[in-house]
Design a protein. Structure first.
Length: 625
């Protein structure tokens, strides 16, 4: 076979393979929606998927040296992996990733018998067909081998470089808009793709997704992984002498002895983009959120600005640190295995643990992540309302109203058999704000020099804040009717993405400040706490409580004993206010070697996210014993 003919054949097969996948996804019509504003990025992503598949075929040819055998083997492997991914999503609501091949035995045991038979029968038929074709076909010539060597190495090398360099972001940081750099955003890179694995596969195709995930895993192993020895990890979670307990935990111990309480319900409400907007300017109306203001105990120091909700969840639920992990979206890139967390600990105390979000279950990989964090259930919008009635609860911006999330909280709290732990994430006040989802002109913006579009955005945002306050007030009224002690913790996940509103109000003093964001005021959101029983509010004293230190503060305030893990986190907090991109702030009173404590905290993060995860193994063993 001539070189050109072979390469045209390989390219055609690659195109048909990608086309067939998107046809299965019922997404193929978008190829032809010429007026679709997303057509250009979609076509580039599809094009990259075809190119990558083409490179895979060329790579297989280097091994087999036979054209039709290469096509059969490469496409069968892609089909088989795609099929396994579909079944895994069907049964576990999680996508197939490279690390799953380390769990082959567990997967085999858990798979239904008919699925096993179907897979093995397909493999047997394929092997027979492959052997027949391979024997019939002649070896290719040397020029064919050299051509495929050059093409596969060049194309795959390009994609590997793109994945390792984060789409060439450093090289293209200062490039002109009309340069070739404008196309790098369309390259497949799954490390920080907030939409989650399921939707990434839908948009890129499985083979492209799996390739990027494989490169990510390789990147982690080579450049980011350090195995912390098990004996060293075990020292983090040793009992601490009472005399050396961090101040807040010592207080909690004393309070527990004086007034023992039944285990309380613990309800976290993480309100989308909720912030004290009066910090924007003196002209912003005061007391828009009276209930939150009345119950505010401090501020939450978020790891994110204007987005990255999942990183805030990550810190609150695990007490691990976004900054120490290079601001990476751990929900997407790292949390692929059981990970010790707040719900996992509370499960061991007899709690019923529920995550709630009035948005799709696949965003940020939440469905899979919550399972790995130990939640008993995840109530997403798919569970809150059926598809036929969903439109009634979607606002003009396309986000579900918070009626759904608060109704779900109230229904779950009616379960009185066990103490409830609920982590609820709202979404109705999600950016962008260039709409009238709550109606027009609830708030008159009279400041001079503010554009009409910014007035509209600010009106929408402020109205959303007001609605969040109303919901919080209603939740408190409902909790007052409960017999079980209940604590409600309300906070914003990050400052809103108000875009040019910040510029027109002069929120940032300079472009440098806007870029670097080294002041904590760019990360502080209101932290309000209400309870129907006496709590230790001193736990929340100070300018702010860092998201990664919030969990032990809440446990201590509610008189819930701390596990060895949270004793360690509390110990770190006794020496550090925060470990954050704005700076690592130390506490004045630290009874330990602060440098050693900080290194241990870094090692804990490394062990859990990149290492052997001895933390989970050790703490689970203690729980079971």
């Amino acid at each position: 076979m001539k070189t050109l003919k072979q390469q045209v054949l390989f390219l055609l097969v690659a195109f048909l393979s990608v086309f067939a996948f998107f046809l299965y996804q019922e997404d193929i019509t978008r190829f032809f929606q010429l007026r679709d504003i997303y057509l250009k990025p979609r076509l580039f992503k599809y094009g990259f998927s075809i190119l990558l598949n083409y490179a895979f075929i060329s790579l297989f040819y280097l091994i087999l040296r036979k054209t039709f055998s290469t096509i059969l083997l490469s496409q069968f492997i892609i089909f088989l992996l795609t099929f396994i991914n579909i079944k895994k999503e069907q049964y576990l609501s999680a996508s197939l990733v490279p690390s799953d091949f380390l769990l082959f035995k567990e997967t085999f045991i858990a798979s239904p018998i008919f699925l096993k038979i179907a897979v093995f029968a397909s493999i047997a038929v394929f092997i027979a067909l492959f052997v027949f074709i391979y024997k019939k076909e002649k070896l290719g010539t040397k020029p064919l081998w050299l051509t495929n060597s050059l093409l596969s190495v060049a194309i795959l090398g390009f994609f590997v470089t793109a994945n390792f360099k984060n789409n060439f972001s450093e090289s293209c940081a200062n490039a002109k808009k009309d340069s070739i750099c404008q196309y790098t955003q369309y390259l497949p890179n799954t490390r920080g793709d907030w939409i989650g694995d399921h939707l990434t596969i839908k948009y890129l195709g499985f083979s492209t997704f799996f390739f990027s995930k494989s490169v990510d895993s390789l990147n982690n192993k080579i450049f980011q992984t350090e195995v912390i020895p098990e004996q060293q990890v075990a020292t983090f979670y040793q009992p601490i002498a009472h005399d050396n307990l961090p101040a807040q935990q010592a207080k909690s111990e004393n309070n527990k002895k004086v007034e023992p309480q039944p285990l309380p319900n613990i309800v976290f409400v993480m309100s989308e983009s909720h912030w004290d907007a009066t910090q924007l300017d003196k002209s912003i109306p005061r007391n828009i959120t009276p209930t939150i203001n009345k119950n505010q105990v401090s501020s939450l120091l978020s790891p994110s600005f204007g987005g990255g909700t999942a990183n805030v969840e990550f810190e609150v639920l695990t007490s691990l640190n976004t900054y120490l992990n290079h601001n990476e979206l751990a929900y997407v890139s790292k949390l692929k295995r059981p990970t010790y967390s707040l719900p996992m600990y509370l499960n061991s105390l007899g709690y019923e643990t529920t995550a709630m979000h009035n948005n799709g279950k696949y965003f940020y990989n939440r469905s899979a992540v919550y399972h790995n964090l130990g939640f008993n259930r995840f109530t997403s919008i798919e569970n809150m309302i059926n598809m036929a009635d969903r439109a009634k609860y979607i606002n003009a911006a396309g986000w579900a109203t918070d009626d759904l999330i608060y109704n779900s909280i109230e229904n779950q709290l009616k379960n009185t058999d066990k103490p409830q732990f609920i982590y609820a994430i709202s979404v109705e006040n999600h950016p962008m704000y260039s709409d009238d989802r709550f109606g027009k002109d609830h708030f008159k913006i009279n400041k001079k020099g503010i554009s009409d579009s910014s007035k509209r955005a600010l009106n929408t945002y402020l109205t959303g804040m007001q609605r969040a306050d109303d919901k919080f007030k209603t939740l408190i009224e409902n909790v007052k009717q409960l017999d079980r002690p209940t604590i409600v913790i309300f906070f914003g996940d990050h400052l809103p993405n108000l875009q040019k509103v910040y510029d027109e109000y002069g929120f940032f003093k300079s472009e440098q400040e806007k870029t670097e964001k080294k002041n904590v005021r760019f990360f502080e959101t209101p932290l309000a706490v209400w309870a129907n029983f006496p709590i230790d509010k001193k736990q929340f004293q100070g300018q702010f409580v860092a998201a990664h230190f919030l969990a032990p503060r809440v446990l201590a305030a509610a008189h819930v004993p701390l596990s060895p893990y949270y004793n360690f986190v509390d110990k770190v907090n006794s020496c550090y206010k925060t470990v954050h991109q704005t700076g690592t702030q130390t506490q004045k009173a630290c009874d330990f070697n602060s440098a050693e404590i900080l290194q241990q905290y870094k090692d804990m993060n490394m062990d859990v996210l990149n290492g052997k995860n001895f933390t989970y193994q050790l703490l689970q063993a203690k729980t079971e014993s």
